[in-house]
Design a binder for this molecule. Sequence first.
Ligand code: ASP
Length: 465
Amino acid sequence: MSITVAKFGGTSLADAAHFRKIREIVEGDPDRRIIVVSAPGKRFPEDVKVTDLLLSCYEKAAAEENFEPILREIRDRYLEIIRGIFPGDAGQGDGSFVLPESGQKNRPLVLQEERLLRALEEIRSHLLTDPARDYTASRGEYLSARILSDYLGFTFVDPAWCVCFRADGSFDQQMTIRTMAASLRPLKNAVIAGFYGADEAGVIHTFQRGGSDVTGALAARAVSADLYENWTDVPGLLSADPRIVDHPKRVNALSYRELRTLSYMGASVLHSDAVQPASDLGIPINIRSTEEPENPGTMIVRKLPKGETRRPVSGVAGMQGMSVIQVEKLMVSDGSGFASIMLDILKKRNLPFEHCLTGIDSITIVIRTMLLEPVREELLTEIREELQPDYLAVRDNLSMIVVVGEKGTDTSDANVRVLEALSEAGIEITTINQGAGKLNLLIGVPEDSYEEAIRAIYSVVEDAL
Ligand code: ASP
């Protein structure tokens, strides 16, 4: 029997109606046996995600301020969900943290309310005695998974038992795959909470925001799933940001490498760290929408299925808030190790950079302004002392745009058209970067032309999508 790991994101768990949709989706395919969940997300644009509410509770608690009203908001979000999905009359969980009367215990809804209130009581006592950020943030996923597992009749799996972090907060992938495999493989079905795990001492640690995608990919890898479905609120990956481009096309299929590049560069449909665990075993990832379950969504695979011809370009994405450090010195390229000294200077400070471009007598580093800012002066002083450059300058307020396509840029004149489009729109190109791999063309533009540049590029690559 095949196994599908299905991960549901925050908007797919936002309220009771969505929990009902999830049940329909899960019951619609018996292969969907491992379910991974986020915390309830936004129900409408101004709404606040449960994870953000929890983080606000933590911040208030850490500052010894009153977090009760926010905790009550969280309680109400979950009460709406359980009251909408479990049969029975509501208990008393609507005014304060009062537990339902014990005589009512045989009724599913009352039991759920009791469990919810107890769980919230535990969060509350942690916040009062020993507030911890990651523990607090993780409770949204924990509660979603507890509720959904009862609703589906699946086994609940707490990732604190099988998603392994080290005491310093770093993630141990190898150990996680082994432990997850041992926990999940024997089960007929399971619901596991996304986003967090624990170290050996049981201390909870979280992934970055959006990290439930990573938990889903790890679960898929651990059980050697046949498919990893990622259910969200959009029917697949769009070829450009819909806030910038009007109705961008949906991408039917793309490669892991293309997706990784697009999501790293800002396409927000899947966390970029979720690609590698699935691609290790060649497990296809299918991005689907809970709002349109009949839509096949976007398939992400190592090799595109037969009949699906590769398009030259699969998407356009970008990142703002970039700076460029430009260093020039005559005879740099004479083998004196100029580039490696430059990279050592960055490495010494653990400063990750986005791109490094070398010319005959120059080297250009593209780096996030946010990371450069705290060390800017000392870094420039060291570059001056160590490299004695003829010219050294930093330029801020830049954006990087990526045009991604496995085949793209070598089989078509896409590159030429992209550059022409930018020049016709009067947009300055500050850097151009394309390696021999040709997967992507990276273009730097001034921040204030970012959106215009994306639109100009999209308009000329649209027919190649
Ligand atoms: N709930 C977490 C967040 O809002 C993790 C996730 O949704 O994947 O970032």
